[in-house]
Design a protein around this ligand. Sequence first.
Ligand code: GRF
Length: 198
Amino acid sequence: MRIGVLASGRGSNLQSLIEAWQEGKIPAEIVAVGSDHAEAQALTRAEKADIPHHAFPLKDYSSRIEQEQAILTWLKESRIELLVLAGFMRVLSPDFLKALNCPVLNIHPALLPSFPGLHAQRQALEYGVKVSGCTVHFVDEGLDSGPIILQEAVPVEPGDTEEILTERILKVEHKLYPEAVRLVINKLIEERNGGKRE
Ligand code: GRF
């Protein structure tokens, strides 16, 4: 199984996937890491792990559609069978998802369907919930709305700032995402083999 990853920034979730893969916990290979930011730390992490990587900064394209098309072409050429979004700050268009034609996963730092969209941790704090968490889900055409694969709750403590809560959730994300990717890959392998695990 060939995995592609898209990430816009720091790439700590990408790092957790790279480590799980290197430790043999994910029965698949990360073959492509793309970013919409040339300076993304995620690209440096891919470089260090010897994974083919590429930046697609908007300024190199005449429109967002053209930028997305370039990402699509590159992922297609990389022959990926699963796309993992790890802090990719762009919503993929329905045309992109249709043309890519493989499962796409995302991780969101809240217990969906609560607090979709940007600044989920801030939204949770402002609402005053006592429990938040993170969710791994399939990507569909909506915003953080596809079928849920795994979720884990994280407590919100009195006095939490956005940074503290973000950090507490992130630690759980780093465990949950590799686990969800492993589950999905095993299922895909099973389907490919006509029902048999291998
Ligand atoms: C994570 O909080 C993830 O849930 C959200 O974006 C953030 C990415 O962090 N989708 P990182 O780049 O993986 O460190």
